[in-house]
Design a protein around this ligand. Structure first.
Ligand SMILES: *Cc1c(COP(=O)(O)O)cnc(C)c1O
Length: 384
């Protein structure tokens, strides 16, 4: 199997696994316990927090560890909006249709079930949010803007520093979902100028089921998990020490090796994009041609059933993705592809190829040999 789906998840780095292992059986203490075994776990937990803070250029106490990227997004949106309500402050959320469901579905629930107001910002043809659409949408009742750093489906990088600047000038909290971005982009919160930022371990060679939320000091959150006073009373529950240790090590390595990792995948990605556009008829690149993640190639093929193409690729030994959440049954194009304005005959034929540390030129060659044959096969089946 040739794995070309690193945006879905990544294998745990050997060095990360080695860092985690002692915290399962030897140093298994509860970081909240008073005794030495607990203190040892607490020391590891706080060292991990410092390590994450060093990558983000923030204070350790501004990091909340969570159970995943999705939880970080939920806590950011729900937590700030509930705190805003408590303070009788703003009621509007601004976000975009291109966001991950962890943000968009949370925003929709806050609107439908909790009485907040929601506005979708305009995007351009590459799926980036236009700064002027944010300026226009802001009103005195806006509480929060949430826009992702890089898109998981189409790879487009948003101009977060510009967008966050606009929010700041208007005294509005700004959250960014950097879950997909952190593997390749700088997540320095000072440079980005954001108030809240979500991360998830398994997108950068860390374990699944662990995430973090950066919350700038002074930004108010109402916790969504109540119980013990863990995580500065912002997120109750005994911390998952081994996973948090792994998360911090993986993020640290991602920062240390950022340039080398990008240099490895960029030529491979560019070969895929160049050759697919050149050799296959009726295909378009989705997302931005340059301002995109270094490991990310995504396309739409006209008159192609994307799910069928994925199944055929799987049978041929390639693990790819459509970017769409739909697996079987009634196929619906993803909200992201729809938001880009593709007509129905294009929108169902999306394909995402994402590269990583184990990707080789031979993998890419082999994929580029197979793809045109399978696209034609799916198109011929479609006509019958
Ligand atoms: C994967 C992903 C998430 C969800 O993270 P989990 O840790 O899998 O819950 C959220 N946002 C983006 C952009 C992602 O790529």
């Amino acid at each position: 199997m040739i794995y070309l789906d690193y945006a879905a998840t990544t294998p745990v780095d050997r060095r990360v696994l080695d860092a985690m292992l002692p915290y399962f059986r030897e140093n298994y203490g509860n970081p909240s316990s008073v005794h030495r075994l607990g203190q040892k776990a607490e020391t590891a937990l706080e060292a991990a927090r410092e390590k994450v803070a060093a990558v983000l250029h923030c204070k350790a106490e501004e990091i909340i560890f969570t159970s995943c990227g999705t939880e970080s997004d939920n806590l950011a949106l729900r937590g700030t909006m509930m705190a805003s309500r408590k303070a009788s402050s703003g009621t509007w959320i601004l976000t975009a249709k291109t966001e991950h469901h962890a943000v968009s579905k949370t925003a929709e629930q806050l609107e439908k079930e909790y009485g907040f107001q929601l506005e979708w910002l305009d995007i351009n043809e590459h799926g980036a949010v236009k700064p002027e659409s944010l300026s226009k949408a802001i009103c005195s009742d806006t509480a929060l803007t949430s826009l992702m750093l890089a898109n998981n489906e189409i790879g487009t990088i948003n101009p977060i520093a510009d967008l966050a600047n606009i929010a700041k000038a208007n005294n509005i909290l700004f959250h960014t979902d950097a879950v997909q971005a952190a593997a390749y982009l700088d997540v320095n919160v000072e440079k980005l100028g954001v108030d809240l930022m979500s991360l998830g371990g398994h997108k950068f060679y860390g374990p699944k089921g662990v995430g973090a939320l950066y919350v700038r000091k002074g930004a108010k959150l109402l916790p969504h998990m109540t119980g013990g006073g863990q995580e500065n009373s912002q997120r109750a529950g005994t911390q998952n020490v081994p996973y948090i240790v792994g998360f911090a090590e993986a993020l640290h390595l991602a920062m240390e090796e950022r340039e080398a990792r990008a240099a490895h995948v960029i030529p491979l990605r560019d070969r895929i994009i160049g050759q697919v556009l050149e050799t296959i008829p009726d295909v378009q690149l989705t997302g931005h041609p340059e301002h995109r993640l270094p490991n990310h190639a995504s396309f739409v093929f006209k008159d192609v059933d994307g799910n069928l193409l994925l199944q055929m690729l799987d049978s041929a030994g390639f693990a790819c993705s459509s970017g769409s959440a739909c697996k079987t049954g009634n196929p619906e194009p993803s909200e992201v592809i729809t938001a880009l304005g593709y007509s129905h005959d294009w929108a169902l034929g999306s394909l995402r190829i994402t590269l990583g540390t184990d990707s080789t030129p031979e993998h890419v060659d082999s994929f580029l040999k197979t793809l045109p044959v399978l696209v034609e096969k799916v198109r011929n089946l479609n006509q019958r």
